[in-house]
Design a protein around this ligand. Structure first.
Ligand code: SF4
Length: 367
């Protein structure tokens, strides 16, 4: 039976139903009930665009290594990036570090206490600012993210595009309206958990859901329609050729990525980016190849199988070329860091390079 009620009543029904559900479905997480804003911030940044199971060990490691924001601020950058390795979206780690330094210097190591200042911190958007202010200080700010869009759009039957300006504005307004201001932290945790474990993108648990009698999507049997999106993102493909130039001592060349692109501050082998998968003759014509490899190449080049990695807006397809040389050219010595293969584990690499290094079926003698 579909219960028709006025708007105000429906909003109240939603809030009460959600909180009732939460009483029976509290899932234990190490950061739940945490009031320390630094640790809440840390967990929220780690969990952005990351599954809880994947983020959890990282949270534990960061918490153990940097128990306070000052410890995090004082961490050497390479050490921090190494600890973050494998989590992806590396700008989060850089922002975390930059913000920890600001809190340490400008705020004397004390985390800001008001929403506006928290929101002004680098890497902190409205969602994270709402989570920190409500969990740590009980301030009435509703979280709005993919989970919240989904739950609200389905229950209230809103078909405004969540990636449109109007959609974002309306959902934010509604999220704030249904927020339980008597305990915003508990309410925010409830809606986050409900979206993650109950009203999931695929196969939501509608049959046992205590909100189903008033849920528009369920009553109209139109779950797949919500949330509604206007644009479909087309991913760009990029073709990377990494040169594993090995000298007679078994050393390799690496460099830090510093340009305005993906994977800033991570390490990589010399890279030649192409429009498509390259063959050896095309690769040999590239400027960087000629620049680095004026010395004799001892054997034929051998390419790896292609490796691929999906990022949010692009697909990376990488080939690793093993190139043996007697010694390094001047250019190689001045532009790159020379390391033994055993030392590679001390550097933070993008996931696609890690995958390559861990693949024991490959030709490279990386011990
Ligand atoms: S009935 Fe289904 S779609 Fe509606 S709120 Fe519950 S789980 Fe979500």
């Amino acid at each position: 039976m579909f219960y028709i009620m006025n708007e105000k009543k429906k909003e109240q029904y939603f809030t009460e139903g959600l909180l009732n559900w939460y009483k029976t479905s509290d899932r234990p997480m190490p950061w739940k009930g945490e009031r320390n804003p630094y640790l809440i911030w840390l967990s929220e940044i780690i969990l952005q665009q990351t599954r809880v199971e994947q983020g959890l060990p990282y949270y534990e490691r960061f918490k153990a290594k940097y128990p306070t924001v000052i410890d995090l601020a004082n961490a050497p950058e390479d050490e921090l990036m190494k600890l973050w390795e494998g989590l992806g979206y590396y700008s989060r780690a850089r922002n975390l570090h930059a913000t920890a330094k600001i809190i340490t210097t400008e705020y004397k190591g004390i985390f800001p206490k008001d929403y506006k200042t928290i929101l002004s911190l680098k890497g902190v958007g409205p969602y994270t600012a709402a989570a920190i202010s409500s969990f740590a200080y009980g301030l009435p700010h509703a979280v709005v993210d993919g989970n919240v869009y989904r739950v609200l759009s389905r229950f209230f039957g809103i078909d405004l595009a969540i990636d449109s300006t109007l959609g974002k504005k309306e959902f934010t307004k509604l999220a704030q309206t249904v927020l339980d201001v008597t305990d915003p932290g508990v309410y925010n945790q409830a809606i986050m958990d409900f979206g993650a474990t109950y009203c999931m993108p695929k196969k939501p648990k509608c049959q046992s859901c205590n909100l189903k009698n008033s849920c528009v999507a369920f009553q109209e049997q139109a779950i797949a329609k919500y949330p509604f999106k206007a644009k479909k993102l087309k991913k760009r493909s990029r073709y990377f050729n990494f040169l594993l130039i090995e000298n007679a001592k078994g050393q390799l060349l690496i460099e830090k990525r510093i340009g305005k692109d993906i994977w800033q501050q991570l390490y990589q082998f010399p890279l030649i980016e192409m429009e498509a998968i390259a063959d050896e003759s095309i690769l040999r014509e590239q400027d960087l190849f000629k620049h680095l490899l004026e010395a004799d190449i001892l054997e034929n080049l051998s390419p790896s199988k292609p490796f691929s990695q999906m990022l949010s807006h692009q697909k990376i397809i990488a080939t690793f070329w093993k190139i043996k040389v007697a010694k390094y050219s001047k250019a190689a010595k001045s532009d790159f860091k020379i390391v033994f293969s055993e030392e590679l584990e001390n550097y933070a690499f993008p996931r696609i390079i890690d995958l390559f290094l861990q693949d024991k079926t490959l030709y490279l003698d990386v011990r």
